[in-house]
Design a protein around this ligand. Structure first.
Ligand code: NAD
Length: 261
């Protein structure tokens, strides 16, 4: 499906899953803003994408999503440059059990801020034209991970927040679809950080257990996660959905019992 005329903002877009999603969005003719902390990587990535898709389709904004003012400015610049916003992917994430408060800031607080900012620019509540938001969680939200307790907590939080916001969007008639995506292990630099004491602190001693899980469950390619993301973007029937992507089942959805007290 063509996304010609649509504008997307992707956090953590310079590498890994975010980078693959940016590529897919450009292939579908959307304009894309990559928001990332890593200036060198972001600029290199933009140069490669300009060569492939032509200049003027992709912009890089250096921004730490944990800095609320900088994130607000990134949204404002996106709309300033392209005139509108239709798709927001809150993807930036880290795995750092040593500086666990930073992990909560990046993986959960920034996803919440990113969602609220997206709504300011897309929701009918603010007189805007509607759009779609995808918050990146993880299969860690469905598993007990001894090596990543705080990461796991943030990814649970992303799902709870996303589903509650999806209900709010219906009741408040926001005209914005909000979904969550939960990949299993994906072949990106993030996976290497779990072997590093600087990231994992005392939980680094469980790294062999983590590697055994990777061997048992397998490792996905970022392109499959981008495929799932494109489905969440283009399938207008999806709202409040929790998409899981695993080696054994591919792209599928978590099912919930109807709510009861
Ligand atoms: P990655 O480390 O390969 O890439 C993350 C990108 O985010 C990098 O470009 C990095 O510079 C950027 N980033 C990090 N902190 C940032 C910040 N504070 N502000 C702005 N940008 C920042 O990671 P990835 O594997 O592509 O992960 C992307 C998302 O997918 C994360 O939310 C992660 O938790 C989730 N996820 C990853 C896996 C996996 O196995 N790789 C599995 C499930 C979920």
């Amino acid at each position: 499906m063509s996304l010609n005329g649509k504008v997307a903002l992707v956090t953590g877009g310079a590498q890994g899953i975010g980078r693959a999603v940016v590529q897919s969005l450009l292939q579908s003719s959307a304009k894309v803003v990559m928001v990332d902390l890593n200036k060198a990587l972001g600029e290199e990535c933009k140069a490669q994408l300009d060569a492939e898709f032509g200049e003027g389709n992709c912009t890089f904004i250096e921004c730490d999503v944990a800095n609320g003012d900088a994130l607000r400015d990134a949204f404002q610049s996106t709309v300033g440059q392209f005139g509108r916003l239709d798709i927001v992917i809150n993807n930036a994430g880290i795995t750092n059990e040593k500086d666990w408060e930073k992990t909560i800031q990046v993986n959960l607080t920034s996803v919440i801020k990113g969602t609220y900012l997206a709504l300011e620019h897309m929701s009918k509540e603010y007189g805007k034209q509607g759009g779609t938001i995808i918050n990146v969680s993880s299969m860690a939200a469905f598993l007990h991970s001894p090596h990543q307790p705080v990461y796991t907590a943030t990814k649970h939080g992303v799902i709870g927040f996303t589903r509650a916001m999806a209900d709010a969007a219906i009741q408040g008639d926001y005209g914005v679809r909000i979904n969550a995506l939960c990949p299993a292990f994906v072949d990106t630099p993030l996976l290497q950080s779990v072997e590093d004491e600087d990231n994992m602190g005392k939980f680094v001693k469980f790294k062999d257990d983590f590697k055994r899980s990777m061997t048992k469950f397998g490792v996905l390619q970022p392109s499959l996660i981008a495929e799932g993301m494109m489905r969440l973007i283009t399938d207008t029937s999806l709202h409040g959905a929790v998409m899981k992507i695993t080696c054994s089942k591919g792209i599928h959805f978590h099912t919930y019992e109807p709510m009861s007290a």
